[in-house]
Design a protein around this ligand. Structure first.
Ligand code: CDV
Length: 308
């Protein structure tokens, strides 16, 4: 029997500092209802979908940022999203800032099945940006101050009739992310992102933001025979313009659906998971063709060791 997931990349436009969580949830419910009308099984929302991208500001005392984090999920603000999804019998994936009971801070994404059960939680592994205040920047990218890099790695979960994994924003630029999931047979990877169009450390990359976004996700999809769903928080948020270009990519590496605006919008694709095996069983038959015995540097060292 065909294994089909109809999925929506539910892009959000900007969330300003003054926007309440309740207002974000209300916007997500509108997208959820639209996706339900289009017959979707799963709706994917972006990274930090409940708040503005607060790592663009630095606070001397990190506890002054506690209000950006969720202590539990669902909670009073997000319960209406969980309730509406269950009523519509539609699953979703949501990114948010998490603070644990031990005070650890993670950039987190969850996967919720059609019956309302949270079946998976992923915490961002690759945390980009800087740890300290850099006052000369036009805006901060202090994710390394606000989030601990997770050591839990990349999981793949049985959900929606297939094998589903998650990654968050900067994770999508690293081939190891996809391969870790590829080696667990992943068939659909869900990814939320916030990518400013101005990359402060090297502005020559600004004009390539859309190209690089598509390049990494299309390559990762093709090289691992998996669908990838990339979902932006786009538009001008607190003066910072961010990439939209949310898209759904097939295991061939082709873009199957893409948003057209930088605001709240869904892009929908019907994904036959068995398509993955045309790649997993041929060119990318890992068991037949991979050579892990000559890849030891991949896990044995972090930075490049160059010959003198
Ligand atoms: N939220 C992110 O992880 N953003 C990063 C930065 C470096 C722009 C990204 O890779 O898109």
């Amino acid at each position: 029997m065909a294994r089909i997931i109809t999925v929506a990349a539910a892009q959000l436009g900007p969330i300003q500092r003054s926007d309440s969580r309740a207002s974000c949830v209300a916007r997500m419910i509108v997208l959820l209802q639209e996706a339900a009308k289009q017959g979707c099984d799963l709706v994917v929302f972006p990274e930090l979908a409940l708040t503005t991208f607060f790592p663009r500001w630095f606070v001397e005392d990190i506890h002054d940022a506690d209000h950006w984090y969720e202590k539990s999920m669902p909670n009073a603000d997000t319960q209406p999203l969980f309730d509406e999804a269950k009523r519509l019998h539609i699953g979703f994936s949501l990114g948010y800032a998490e603070i644990t009971e031990h005070g650890e801070r993670f950039n987190t994404q969850i996967l919720v099945e059609k019956d309302g059960r949270t079946v998976a939680k992923y915490r961002k592994v690759h945390i980009p940006g800087h740890e300290k205040h850099e006052p000369d920047r036009p805006f901060q990218h202090a994710e390394r101050y606000y989030f601990t890099p997770s050591n839990e790695g990349f999981g793949v979960w049985k959900a929606f009739g297939g094998r589903v994994g998650m990654m968050i924003c900067n994770d999508r630029r690293w081939p190891e992310t996809y391969r870790e999931m590829g080696l667990q047979g992943v068939e659909m990877i869900l990814c939320g992102y916030n990518t400013p169009l101005h990359y402060v450390p090297d502005p020559s990359q600004d004009a390539l933001a859309g190209f690089h976004n598509a390049l990494v996700m299309q390559s990762g999809a093709y090289q691992n025979g998996t669908f990838v769903v990339g979902v932006a928080k786009g538009g001008i948020e607190e003066g910072v313009d961010s990439l939209a270009d949310s898209c759904i990519i097939g295991p061939s590496g082709e873009i199957l659906a893409k948003t057209e605006t930088n605001g709240d919008e869904i892009a929908v694709a019907t994904c036959d998971l068995d398509w993955c095996y045309q790649y997993k069983n041929t060119l990318f038959d890992f068991d037949r063709y991979r050579r892990p015995e000559v890849y030891q540097r991949i896990t044995g060292q972090r930075g490049a060791i160059v010959a003198e």
